[in-house]
Design a binder for this molecule. Structure first.
Ligand code: CA
Length: 244
């Protein structure tokens, strides 16, 4: 069912076959339904600091580190980089707003998918731009015995962050993987760009308000309308990506 997308990827990257061993997961908008909260917190914090930042903009920056987003806004509106003090202050205001909102729920379908991975002995790896320690801690609460610290990439591991391929290349190294041994699950254009540039087969899940076209144009090899749909099709996809 997914042979066409797989073979297109293999041809493009010069691999003969896929040997799926691991799935690299983004966190916000993939494992947790947290993007609405992030969008609201970013918009409130930026507005409070005198910047123009509608909620919709947050979805286009999704995946960047917080300081990366802040820099883009000061460049746009003040024609200069943000100072260290500004970065710290704005990120703190944003984090305080975020933490004051009701906790985001796990994304429907995420637990089911991760349980299927366990049965299939496929390794899950986390690759997030988040520096929200609280949310990372909640991974173990909602997805127990699933992610291990050695196989997590967070804002603390990276220098550039998404859309640079760096985070997924660190995930590749931590997982000791070849590119045709892993796939990425992402919901945001910059995350998809990062994964695609790193060279991974990239599965987009459109869990937010953006058009499918934006995710496909960013470099997604395959797209599902939700995590539940990906979970529903997991068995077929795995078989397609574990070539004898
Ligand atoms: Ca995301």
């Amino acid at each position: 069912m997914f042979e066409k997308e797989r073979d297109k990827y293999l041809n493009k990257h010069g691999f003969e076959k896929m040997h799926l061993k691991a799935v690299l997961f983004d966190m916000d908008g993939v494992l947790f339904d947290s993007m609405k909260n992030h969008a609201e917190a970013w918009s409130k914090a930026m507005t409070q600091m005198g910047f123009h930042f509608p909620k919709s903009e947050a979805y286009m920056h999704e995946g960047r580190t917080g300081t990366g987003t802040i820099n883009i806004v000061t460049q746009r509106e003040l024609k200069r980089d943000a100072t260290e003090e500004e970065k710290e202050q704005i990120y703190k205001i944003k984090s305080d707003y975020f933490n004051s909102l009701p906790k985001a729920e796990p994304m429907p379908g995420a637990l089911e998918l991760l349980e299927k991975l366990k049965v299939d002995q496929i390794t899950p790896i986390l690759v997030t731009g988040s520096a929200q320690k609280s949310l990372i801690g909640r991974l173990n609460q909602h997805f127990p015995n699933t992610f291990v610290p050695e196989l997590m990439v967070t804002a603390f591991d990276v220098k550039y962050g998404k859309p640079n391929p760096e985070p997924y290349l660190i995930g590749k190294r931590k997982g000791n993987l070849e590119l045709n041994e892993g796939i990425v699950v992402e919901n945001a254009p910059l995350g998809i760009e990062s994964s695609s540039k790193a060279g991974f087969f990239t599965v987009a899940v459109n869990t937010g308000p953006l058009d499918n076209k934006i995710l496909l144009d960013a470099g997604a090899d395959l797209l599902f309308p939700s995590m539940q749909e990906l979970a529903n099709h997991w068995s077929e996809l795995r078989k397609c990506l574990q070539q004898p």
